[in-house]
Design a protein around this ligand. Sequence first.
Ligand code: ATP
Ligand code: MG
Length: 323
Amino acid sequence: MTRLSAVKPSGHVQLGNYLGAIRRWADEHGPNDVFFICDLHAMTVPHNPGRLRALTREQLAILVAAGVDPEVACVYVQSDLVDMHGALTWLLECTCTYGEAIRMIQFREKGAGQTSVRLGLLTYPVLMAADILLHGTDEVPVGEDQSQHLELARTLAKRFNHSYGEVFTLPRAVLPTVAARVRDLSDPTRKMGKSAGDSPGVVYVLDPPDIVRRKIRRAVTDDRAAVRYAPDEQPGVANLLEILAACTGTSPYTLAGTISSYAELKESVADAVVETLRPVRERAAELLADPAELDRVRKLGAERARTHARSRLDAALEVAGLR
Ligand code: ATP
Ligand code: MG
């Protein structure tokens, strides 16, 4: 049973990525898990090559630092297998119709209002299908926004199998058991996101403690001066309580009853976030300062991923008439 998860190097890893995904990956991973840094996907919008390279290394370092063990699970960088992802993408582009591609809601949303759109923004769901099918993935934990892409991957797998021969496993979307949905500290109506640019409300995993504290002290609250857990009426306060709950393993309701002022709440959140991120930040910094070790991990992951994917890709090329 193979399960596949990815993180896109579109920005620095933020607190929501850690509390909502990476921490769970670290707790629950096993030999059937494949994690990859999807750097090819970070190129569908204008990107800076040097920054992409640096963010890719940073994300790999953070995954490992957080406790996703590259000796247990397969942890790799997508472009290290660019030949394989690229080859399968082509087979699947020749399996997908133009009509199916332009129906993708994400393409419409992300392309809307742009004068020029990279063709890759249209075709990346096919690359995503290739990522999934390459590894014989059974389960993909994805959010609501990705379910249409998962459906496309299933459709392409079925069509390919039907046309040429049974090669691909049909993947299933599974709803991730989300521990926390972290919202932007400066605009709690919006989710915290790593590609939000320079928002003062995004806490990055590698932010030094004083920056983390400053961002949390400046978090938007309200003028009710009542620490209650009421997400609709007091989204800022509720977000802080949820972050504190996620860091301390308690419930936001319980916490609300024990804290009397916004200042106290922010201090508690700042302490908890700094302590939660500290080991990850410190270990990631060590890895980033030790390129040989990071390269070793990267090579190990690429070799495992290659071995895992090889026979499936060969079979697909073969049945499609290419060998
Ligand atoms: P982008 O802005 O590029 O979409 P992102 O911060 O949303 O970046 P993704 O790469 O889309 O990050 O997602 C990586 C993982 O982090 C996913 O499993 C996603 O569900 C989770 N995640 C992202 N943002 C949050 C958040 N604010 N709270 C909880 N989980 C989150
Ligand atoms: Mg996202």
